[in-house]
Ligand binder design. Sequence first.
Ligand code: ATP
Length: 475
Amino acid sequence: MKNKTDWERTVRRLEQLLRLKSFPIAFKMAENRELLDTTPFLRRPEKQQTLCQMLNLVRNFDWTVGAELKDFMFPSCPSIIGLDKVPETHMDGTFRSIVWVATKADGRRFERSIPRLPTGKYEAVLMAPLVYNPFEPDIVLIYCNPAQIMLLINSLQFSDYQVMEFSCVGESSCSDSIVRCYNTGKPCVGIPCYGERRYGHAQDDEMVMALPAAMVVKALDGMEALYRRGVRYPISFAGAEADPLDQFPVPYKSLDTMMARLKEHGSPILLGVTGGIGSGKTTVANLLKEKGVPIVDFDLLAREVVEPGTKGFDDIVDYFGTQVVADDGTLDRKRLSKIVFGDMEKRKKLESFTHPPIYEAFFAQVNAISKERPDGVIQVVIPLLVELNLQYLFDRLMVVHVPRETQIRRLAERDSITDEEAALILKSQIPIDEKLKFADFVVDNSSTLDKTREQVEGVWNALNKVNVVKEPINS
Ligand code: ATP
């Protein structure tokens, strides 16, 4: 049977980004025990065991393990995952009062606080390293240290932000992770309990996150987006004695100043326009311009700030030498691109010369326009807006989208290059589909210009209803 998700690819990427020490676990509750007999490579415990021992065999021994009630040595585990009812000696508080709490009354409270799966619904439990696509799991368990758990939380919160709430019942902590995840449908973090450390061999620094299988890709997407923003594991230290401001992303330091400069003359609505290379940003921006929306074009600014006589030009020639000056005395941009292509150090240097004057020119143009029309819409076309992570500068974001194949065809036609060359150029950008999640407006430019024009009309109508001052975030 072919599983829906390509778990192998997903897990490999996850392992690479999170540098996990043990295998992520595919976890499934089966309503029919027959799955125990039909799942490939599945091993049954030879002796009766605890649930956390089985989890250990999966994540550290690389085994696929399945069990039904008779495989458990102790009623606690199966009663938590619904394979058995809770024994009376547990419900009346006796069991927990033997070691973990002072009185039977405490024991009763303890037992009743434990989240459980409904008794009788399931006949078996299956666990396997997720990477093998063993079966379509209900949930996935990831064991890692607190720093990795935090990064997982950050990743899941990247889109559709939500505060995460977790619980800790004390012993039987598998209920905090596994069962709460089933019952809430949300990611749940657990601190492995004494029992899981003693019998399941969870290490001192390990925690666990249980997440619905469908959310693993969301976590991975968030992690990849954070990676591009420089948030990575292991977390690099900035230095206890250093000035933290020096280590902050540039906009953190000057966010208020930057925003104030953009709104020096009233409150223009800044519409960021982006998409993929050749997806039709210019075409769409020009259609919106027909409605009277002025354009600030970063491509043009990028050219202006390196014209002969500018500081940008001088800085670049000082650093890269006259090899980057063309015969007519202008900058040889093709030569420069070749030099920095694939050389991160040189690319960063080049950006340090060009980005500050581009931002200055951007502020100046926005101010010049808003001086005339303080509250109008200004569209700012930036091909690499998402790659440069500039979303925060804009009130709204418009992504001009075409399928990748159309992008390649149009690019090849327009620039008289082969499809293969066009595909190679596309590789250096974030795939256009990934940019959609940042969009307030998506213009599908894959059909005729008339169809595109209709959508631009819709965007224009929506923009007319935007009131940035009154609706700063959620409109
Ligand atoms: P770049 O990323 O290179 O700046 P762009 O995103 O601004 O490109 P355009 O230059 O607007 O894209 O469009 C790319 C090519 O596709 C152009 O040749 C343009 O004429 C053509 N094009 C744009 N929209 C359409 C459309 N709806 N139908 C057919 N061709 C189109």
